[in-house]
Write a protein that binds this ligand. Structure first.
Ligand code: NDP
Length: 269
């Protein structure tokens, strides 16, 4: 990558942006057929990154794939339950063969099963923990050894502002807070291999996850956001893309909130 001096002394801004990613970079995005996942794959793809999308709904996967193909992006998709280590191992082998060794992993697949603590069944507790937290551990365990051999990599875990406390989300907040602990430890363990590990914690983002909330609660939630609006999947993707890029080479073990200022506090005026 050019230094700032080199960039300023002649290289165009467009070229500078191209330097965000090495040629032949492959990224795996879990939950890539979902709304935030979709924004992430399309943005990474626009930088020439080859995409592998893991998701569990064949119709949504097919739709995302067709969209990417229509935009001329190079992509493969795999029907894969990310809570299943065997399916993951098979899917990663497929990606390595078809697209090359992945140097970017975005652990984005996630679910909610909201209820007050005393109404969370053990099934709902473990489904959320398995999908949101265990899957990130399994994916990393399968994919990071490939990155170690490459001696470069970027792992981004999609956490949530809910870790700061949202009533009705004990299981979700626990899973997303667990992701931050995982991020910090992996950052330490993988730093010497040239791999950075960071978390992105979105706030209230306009996707079906928030659209399903009753209007009065949604209005209250938006009112508590300093920027007074929901975020967009694109605004999350922008940060994920930056952290995945060469330009974020000195950032590891961090959690970046993308929440319109809601992590700072409540608006009182
Ligand atoms: P979506 O439901 O649109 O995307 C999540 C995707 O993950 C879906 O396609 C879902 O499939 C898939 N998925 C779930 N479980 C599995 C599994 N076991 N194996 C493979 N794929 C799976 O939600 P968002 O785009 O809104 O959320 C993306 C991430 O961002 C999540 O981790 C979420 O927790 C996080 N987030 C979202 C916020 C928001 O306001 N929207 C705020 C903070 C964090 P299916 O449709 O079948 O469930």
């Amino acid at each position: 990558m050019d230094s700032l001096e080199q960039v300023l002394s002649g290289t165009t801004v467009a070229t500078a942006f191209q330097q965000w990613f090495d040629q032949d970079t492959t990224a795996i995005v879990t939950g890539g057929a979902g709304e935030i996942g979709n924004a992430i794959v399309r943005l990474l793809g626009s930088f020439g990154v080859r995409l592998a999308i893991f998701d569990r709904d064949p119709a949504k996967l097919e739709q995302t794939y067709e969209l990417l193909k229509g935009e001329g992006l190079k992509a493969e998709y795999r029907l894969c339950d990310v809570t299943n280590e065997n399916e993951l191992t098979e899917s990663v082998s497929y990606v390595v063969e078809k697209l090359g060794v992945p140097s970017i992993l975005i652990n984005n697949a996630g679910i909610t099963r909201d209820a007050r603590y005393n109404n969370i069944s053990s099934e709902a507790w473990s489904a959320v923990l398995k999908t949101n937290l265990d899957s990130a551990f399994y994916c990393t365990k399968v994919i990071a050894p490939h990155m170690e051999r490459l001696r470069r990599g970027r792992i981004i875990n999609i956490s949530s502002r809910a870790i700061l406390g949202t009533p009705g989300q004990a299981n979700y907040a626990a899973s997303k807070a667990g992701l931050i602990g995982l991020t910090r430890v992996l950052a330490l363990e993988l730093a010497s291999k040239g791999i950075t590990v960071n978390a992105v914690a979105p706030g209230w983002i306009d996707t079906r996850m928030t659209r399903n909330v009753v209007p009065e609660s949604a209005e209250r939630a938006i009112n508590q956001i300093p920027l007074k609006r929901a975020g967009t999947p694109q605004e999350v993707a922008n940060v994920v893309c930056f952290l995945s890029s060469n330009w974020a080479s000195y950032i590891t073990g961090q959690t970046i909130f993308v929440c319109g200022g809601r992590s700072v506090g409540l608006v009182s005026v």
